[in-house]
Ligand binder design. Structure first.
Ligand code: NAP
Ligand code: F7E
Length: 342
């Protein structure tokens, strides 16, 4: 990459967990990053405020644009204006439980949003490399271990919408020769994880309980098994997929399996507490159809991209608890020494 012409990347969903880490990664590699954000009545840029650059600053290389995946003409205008080398489609209604409450909206954004973006690429006459944020939720009821050859059996409107996006991405690769890839990522978490996903819900509650600010935590199905990795490592895999010679699809996972109950134990024991004294059941957190077990086989990503995970679930739980304890400002607590703020 020459200093005179940095690569230009678009990130949809830049305000989300993965978008924020990917923006950091691409900026560190010298990219000009164009982030699509949706208009909100309150600020929604908290995860990227630390990399925000004044539009009037000379040589600023993070540029934010209002754009919504439901607005096709806006996407065409921006693709034409930006002329990107790479497009990372991370925007989605990404909550599985919420997708049962808002199935049509989820289909519109998480499914049809992808075809709007792919058609915008064609309409604008550009040919960037394209990354689609596919999900292990597509495997749903198909038993583990799951890899690139495993049949899909989605169990939620979210999973069904992601299957649509997966296949339309493959179809545009085959039909139009677009360098388009699916990253089939298993659950990945961080201190920036949204507060209603199970890991962050647990680690925030642990910090509050340890600080005496909360006494109970209501949860749903504790038997669900997930393969939880560390989000900053997963955005590195996304980038590597677009640097490879061949456009193909990859599973990204740790290959390790833990239950929600295990995650509770790792998190509470990190602050010296017994989870069973605080956790209660509430059926509102159950789903009409559940995904029982997701455990990925990421051998292809290891062989072709040289990607391997370093942080596994027990350590991930500690990182997230430490960050939530620090965020509460528990000065002088015995936990503060080991704070990791990644
Ligand atoms: P996230 O934190 O929920 O972020 C989603 C992003 O999409 C946010 O920036 C959100 O904007 C944006 N968005 C939502 N609706 C939009 C719309 N209509 N138009 C434009 N932008 C919209 O999700 P994440 O965990 O970073 O995940 C990134 C992507 O990977 C998602 O597509 C997700 O489905 C997928 N995925 C995630 C995982 C995981 O374990 N994290 C695993 C597999 C796949 P606001 O900030 O304004 O809400
Ligand atoms: O649930 C169980 C719940 O909401 C994990 C998204 O990033 O990963 C994520 O989807 C498990 C489920 O994530 C509560 O029933 C129990 O079995 O953290 P979650 P998810 O549904 O796996 C995939 C790969 C994505 O692509 C998605 O975008 O935990 N669970 N009790 C609970 N879950 C929540 N949220 N809240 C509870 O109280």
């Amino acid at each position: 990459m020459s200093n005179l012409s940095p690569k230009r990347a678009i990130i949809t969903g830049i305000t989300g967990q993965d978008g924020s880490y990917l923006a950091e990664l691409l900026l560190s590699k010298g990219y000009e990053v164009h982030g699509f954000i949706r208009r909100s009545s309150s600020f929604n840029t908290g995860r990227i405020d630390h990399v925000y650059q004044e539009p009037h600053a000379p040589n600023h290389n993070l540029i934010l644009h209002f754009a919504d995946l439901t607005d096709a003409s806006r996407l065409v205008t921006l693709l034409n204006e930006i002329q990107p080398d790479e497009v990372y489609n991370l925007a989605a209604q990404s909550h599985v439980r919420v997708s049962f409450d808002e199935p049509e909206y989820t289909g519109d954004v998480t499914g049809l949003g992808t075809i709007r973006l792919l058609e915008a690429i064609r309409a604008a006459g550009v040919s960037p490399r394209f990354y689609q944020a596919s999900s292990s939720e597509m495997f749903g009821a198909t038993p583990p271990p799951q890899n690139e050859e495993t049949p899909f059996y989605p169990r939620s409107p979210y999973g069904v919408a992601k299957v649509y996006s997966y296949w339309i991405t493959r179809n545009y690769r085959e039909a139009y020769g677009l360098f388009a890839v699916n990253g089939i990522l298993f659950n990945h978490e961080s201190p920036r994880r949204g507060g209603t996903f199970v890991t962050r819900k647990i680690t925030r509650a642990v910090a509050r309980i340890a600080a005496g600010q909360q006494s109970e935590l209501y949860m749903g199905n504790l038997d669900a098994v997930r393969d939880w990795g560390y989000a900053p490592e997963y955005v590195e895999a996304m980038w590597r997929m677009l640097q490879h010679d061949e456009p193909t699809d990859y599973v990204v996972a740790t290959g390790t399996a833990y239950s929600v109950r295990d995650f509770l134990q790792f998190s509470f024991e990190h602050v010296g507490l017994d989870w069973e004294k605080f956790v209660k059941f509430d059926e509102r957190y159950l789903r009409p159809t559940e995904v029982d077990s997701l455990i990925g086989d990421a051998s292809k990503a290891k062989d072709k991209l040289g990607w391997t995970p370093k942080i596994l679930t027990p350590r991930l739980a500690q990182i997230m608890v430490d960050a939530d304890v620090a965020a509460l400002g528990v000065e002088g607590s015995r936990f503060i020494d080991s704070v990791v703020t990644a």
